[in-house]
Design a protein. Sequence first.
Length: 436
Amino acid sequence: MLVWTFVTATSLGTLVASGILRSPSSSSIKFSQRLAREADSHDGVSNVVDELKSLALVPEVAGLDFDPKNYADAAMWELYADVKGEHLVCLMQATDKGAGFLIEDKRTPPSAASPWTGDLKNELATWFWHETDWDKSWECDWERIGLGKAFAALGLNAKPAYEDDGSPADGHNDCVSITHYDKEDYEDPEALWPMMKDVMDQKYYVGGKEYMATGGYYQFSVNKIDGAIIAININSPGSMANEFWVRRNWGRKAAPEELPGLRFCSDIYWAYWARDNPNVKSLRIYGASMIVNEQTVPLVARAFKNVGVKSLAPWPGTSFSWDTEEGIALIGSPIGATIAHMLIRHKAELGIKHISKVNVVTNDYGGGRPRFGEEPRKDLHLFFEIEDVPADKVTTDPAEQQKRDSVKHGIEVFESKVVHMNKNGSNIVREHIMRI
């Protein structure tokens, strides 16, 4: 046992030295904690070694810890508040047809709906997605992470739905880990310690066309009983493919047609939210834990600066309504945009919903201590509250009003596009080319 533990620790040290695992990345910390736990059991050692070998072939995307002094500059703030955030707010509050019109969808009638519906089991397999083993009990124990009070205040159970061995537990949170590579695609399956093929050497075929794995992965929890999805580790196929391509000095980014057709986080969320769910309309909370996203972190710091908040705090933390500049910026952030897109692209199933409030919190261990192998941390967590859009706030189809006005005045509009809209869709600026 001592020999195996030594080998495992040496492997981890090699990866740290090579830059694959980097502090302060939350996924690095989580993996170190898992190593400490599994080294206590003989059965766990082989699992750790397997994952170490997989991690050696999957680059880690850098991230930021929260620092109130490192806040978004004016250009970044304008991009995510005035452009991206307002656009997403407007689309969430519109009907599907209205949202389709605003994004200039070419379908008749226009629609914002995603082409990916249902549980997507077959589609995920077709596009080379693989569910991987995960410590469901450990990763989905939100009390352990220090978010018990936040979950309770939001009406969410904080405990895992399954034990690590897959047997049912008493909680409501089911952890999902899905990767765009196959950790069991080995270079030599007969080797004593089989090594996973490099991600870019893993190939698959769709419609007769060859694609390569990207290394993307999504890890999150789904709580269908209380109505929540919580992001844990999110790295899209596009961002991870670019990491690999840089490593191989290809000199360019991956083109959209080289990526899996089913690749966006919002569609992956939908697949697992809809699966065996008798009440898909019950979604009311989206959370993101241990955020290190390089755009979202400084946006939160800028929001704090705007309202005079100096530091992160446990629940109730700091909240921003959807109709404030700060709330809109966080909705437009990469973290907020993910769930906004799911709401926009699945109105037929979810109803017309929007993000009504953003809560910013940090860990609260309640005077207790973290488990073995963990250090008390003050991580950044976001909770987006989701509600139905009030009927009088729903944006009706702008195209119909435009058509009525054109007919009334004898004007034929044969080319038109949106150039600006405000956050609730009540003022839309379009560029028209008209024939009178």
